[in-house]
Design a protein around this ligand. Structure first.
Ligand SMILES: Nc1ncnc2c1ncn2[C@@H]1O[C@H](COP(=O)(O)OP(=O)(O)OP(=O)(O)O)[C@@H](O)[C@H]1O
Ligand SMILES: [Mg+2]
Length: 239
């Protein structure tokens, strides 16, 4: 097994003192591993990713991330590109977390960062759209820009929340394939949430199913079988 990059122990979280959304959840991730988190709508998938990303606090339990500071990429469920900035400028926003003074905030990026952003757009197959405003991009193109923005942070761990759910199956497969290949090549570990079992099986190494606030099944993606999954998710087999 590859060295561990993430270990979660007994994670318990509720919003504003309400009922626990996560309740004693345990999960590990190996370096370079691609994990899909599945679960019913409202089961806490987005909440889990936000907790890992450090966007929600406080919580009980332990989240141990073995990555360098700032080396976490996050593609939120609502991707939130800045619509009046171009594709290239949106990707460059991913480098804002790096040290380098006020220039970046004013939109002045070092030349090597601009080159890197172009290279990413090229790898994502949309370099010809670099100067197009995000508002004028298609759904699939916007998702690729959002992936580019997250990869611009040179993440060791990428968190991607339903990032292909709005796309038709062909676009979704294409964006998934590009993202997976790029992450494999750059040795980026990935946790993604996904509803589509076909995509999960095709593009991840492992699946964790959450229900009742914890991981109720954890298995290799190759063993994903849609029938037992649907029983688990929609039947009353959730224990
Ligand atoms: N900011 C918030 N304040 C209070 N409750 C919230 C907040 N965000 C989410 N919730 C609740 O927490 C639960 C888990 O939400 P979460 O968004 O993590 O689910 P999910 O598994 O990502 O669902 P989906 O598949 O629909 O995206 C839901 O019941 C939701 O209503
Ligand atoms: Mg969600």
């Amino acid at each position: 097994m590859a060295p561990e990059i993430l270990r979660i122990r007994n994670l318990t979280f509720s919003y504003d003192g309400g009922r626990p959304i996560l309740n004693g959840l345990n999960l590990e991730l190996g370096e370079g591993e691609i994990l899909s988190v599945m679960g019913r709508s409202g089961s806490g998938k987005t909440t889990l990713l936000k907790l890992i990303a450090g966007l929600l606090y406080p919580y009980d339990g332990e989240i141990t991330l073995k990555i360098l500071k700032n080396r976490l990429g996050y593609v939120p469920q609502q991707i939130g590109l800045v619509s009046n900035l171009t594709a290239l400028q949106n990707v460059l926003l991913g480098s804002l977390g790096r040290p380098g003074g006020y220039g970046r905030i004013l939109g002045i990026f070092p030349e090597e960062e601009v080159e890197k952003a172009y290279k990413l757009l090229n790898e994502l197959g949309i370099s010809e759209l670099a100067d197009r405003k995000a508002a004028l991009l298609s759904g699939g193109e916007r998702q690729r820009v959002a992936v580019g923005r997250a990869l611009m942070q040179e993440p060791q761990l990428l968190l991607a929340d339903e990032f292909v759910s709005d796309l038709d199956v062909f676009n979704a497969m294409e964006v998934m394939k590009i993202t997976r290949d790029l992450c494999r090549r750059k040795n980026v570990s990935v946790i993604m949430t996904m509803h589509d079992a076909f995509l999960v099986k095709g593009f991840s190494d492992r699946v964790a199913v959450i229900g009742n606030g914890r991981v109720i099944r954890d298995f290799p993606a190759s063993q994903l079988d849609t029938e037992s999954l649907s029983k688990l998710l929609v039947g009353d087999a959730v224990v």
